[in-house]
Structures are given as structure tokens and as C-alpha cells.
Design a protein around this ligand. Structure first.
Ligand code: R5P
Length: 298
């Protein structure tokens, strides 16, 4: 027991009202403390943005180019990442538990690239996400796809499970077979995810009207990178997405399939968190690439 506190003078600052500060993230003001705190680990409270690294492709594609050895090629990138988006299998098997980087776990799956991709189911319990100290889970939503309703039902069940433990859900808009990838489609898909409870939404960039996608979605949008582009094009796409309202990126192939992933992720960070112009970020990429040779341990 501590001794009794008999100090005569105490500081109550009676003339200073306690301040209530608004939570920084779009649409997130009404969430409970635990959910806000997890979101504040994914999104940097200073910039309001995130650079998530998506390395979950193996859950339906197997050992994707650049992800053949996640232990050797991706683990060195983790310190430069705001949140690692991966499967629980990869997290447990190769990501050191001593990392300070939060994880967001892929929580849907089922079909491989050999089958109908929209036929996904929930692939993990929320309890396991809590056990793995996750800051969110991600689920694919196939608006316009063959199993549209099933995939939306996967998301809403995860949203309910997430609210029970204070864990946010990332709705990932997958492009349905017969839908055109344009702003009209993404306004529809992202808004459905948000309306049905996703606390954050991942979508692709479109050059025409992306600002209408971010404006009409009441929760933060992060941009998926898509197929590998030349570095300047990927940096330009990330720059435009953020300038047009995205709260950051969740990029995969444009980082891990780059000639220098460790240089590319640092260049993307500058674009996202500091609004560095793409041409300057490309210079930074080239400088870092020339300085850094990624070690591969035998
Ligand atoms: C989506 O289905 C994948 O699981 C990836 O998370 C997503 O495509 C982002 O990666 P990338 O930037 O390579 O498109």
C-alpha cells in the first residue's frame, strides 16, 4: 500500500475546462475507444494517412511474384509500413512477433484462381484476430459478382463480430466480372461497404472522377495499387489518389515487385504522408535504390 497522500497543495486547474478532442478520422467519431485506438494505429494521427503494405495475394494466387519468400523479401519492409495487410498464416509463420508494426488480417477466402473468385466465405474467427493483436480485418466484397450477396454477408458478419471486440473492418472492393472499372462502379461499391458498416474501404484508383468516390464514401478510403506499373506511374497514382481524398494506400505489387521494394515503400510514404510530388519521390526512389542492397540471408 502506498503511504497516505497528505499534500496540502494540489493542482486541480479549476479554471481550465477538460477538453474533448474530436477523433481525426473521417466518419469515426462515434466509435468506442478500442476501435478508435486501433484505427489510430493503422492511420497516422499526424497526417491522417496510412501506407499499408498488401502481401495477402497468396490466399488465392499462391506464391505470387515477389512474395515467394516473405521472410526474406517482405519482413525487411515491415518497419517502413504503417500496417501490414496479410493472412494469419503468414503472420504466424514468418512475421516476428516483436514487431511494433500493426497488422490488418485478410479474413475472407475460399476459392483459388482456378475457381469463381467471388465464392468466398469468412476465413477466420474474430477471436483469432484479437489473439493476434490485429488492428483490423479485411474482407473482399464482390459488388456485381456472381456471389455478391454472399460476399456482402461475409462483410456484415465480420462487422458485427468486430464491434463486439472493437476491431474495424476493411471492405475491399473486388471488381465484378461484368462491371466496368470506373468512378460510377466504385461509388456504388464503396458506398455499399460503408453503409453496411465497414469502417474503412479499399478500392482502385480511376483517373476520371476519383474525388467523387472519396467524397461520397463516409469512411476513409485507401487505394489498392493493382498490377505493377513503372515507378513514376505508381507514385503519380498514389499522389493523385491522396490529393483527391484517399486516406492513404494499401499497395502490394507496385511495392514488392519493384526493383527496390525498400526504396519504393519509402518514396510512397513521402507521397502519402508529406504530399511529395511524384517526380521528387522518383528521385528519392532512385537515390535510395542506389544506396541500398537488400540483404538475403543464407
Ligand atoms: C486483393 O485482392 C489483394 O488481396 C490485394 O490486397 C490487393 O489487390 C492490393 O494489392 P495490389 O496493390 O497488388 O493490387
Amino acid at each position: 500500500m502506498p503511504e497516505a497522500d497528505n499534500a496540502e497543495e494540489k493542482s486541480y486547474f479549476e479554471d481550465i475546462p477538460q477538453r474533448n478532442s474530436a477523433f481525426f478520422l473521417k466518419g469515426a467519431g462515434a466509435y468506442d475507444w478500442g476501435m478508435q485506438n486501433r484505427l489510430a494505429r493503422v492511420f497516422n494521427p499526424d497526417s491522417g494517412k496510412t501506407v499499408m503494405l498488401a502481401v495477402d495475394h497468396g490466399y488465392f494466387m499462391g506464391p505470387t511474384s515477389g512474395l515467394e519468400r516473405i521472410d526474406l523479401k517482405i519482413v525487411p519492409l515491415v518497419p517502413y509500413t504503417d500496417a501490414l495487410f496479410c493472412t494469419r498464416g503468414i503472420l504466424r509463420s514468418v512475421v516476428p512477433a516483436a514487431t511494433r508494426t500493426p497488422n490488418v488480417l485478410r479474413a475472407s477466402g475460399g476459392p483459388s484462381i482456378l475457381k469463381e473468385l467471388s465464392n468466398e466465405q469468412i476465413a477466420m474467427d474474430m477471436e483469432d484476430a484479437v489473439r493476434l493483436n490485429s488492428c483490423g480485418v479485411g474482407v473482399q466484397v464482390f459488388v456485381g459478382g456472381e456471389f455478391e450477396t454472399q460476399s456482402i454477408n461475409n462483410m456484415t458478419r465480420l462487422v458485427d463480430a468486430g464491434y463486439r471486440v472493437g476491431l474495424p473492418v476493411l471492405g475491399v472492393t473486388a471488381v465484378g466480372k461484368d462491371m466496368v472499372r470506373d468512378a460510377k462502379y466504385f461509388r456504388l461499391a464503396t458506398r455499399i461497404c460503408a453503409e453496411l458498416g465497414a469502417q474503412m474501404v479499399k478500392t482502385y484508383y480511376v483517373p476520371e472522377g476519383f474525388e467523387t468516390v472519396t467524397a461520397s464514401c463516409p469512411v476513409p478510403i485507401v487505394m489498392a495499387g493493382g498490377k505493377k506499373l513503372p515507378e513514376i506511374d505508381a507514385l503519380t497514382m498514389a499522389y493523385r489518389a491522396v490529393q483527391e481524398g484517399a486516406a492513404g494506400v494499401d499497395m502490394g505489387r507496385n511495392i514488392f515487385q519493384s526493383d527496390s521494394p525498400v526504396a519504393m515503400i519509402q518514396a510512397v510514404r513521402k507521397v502519402v504522408h508529406e504530399a511529395m510530388k511524384p517526380e521528387h519521390a522518383l528521385e528519392l526512389f532512385r537515390t535510395l535504390k542506389s544506396e541500398f542492397t537488400q540483404p538475403v540471408e543464407a
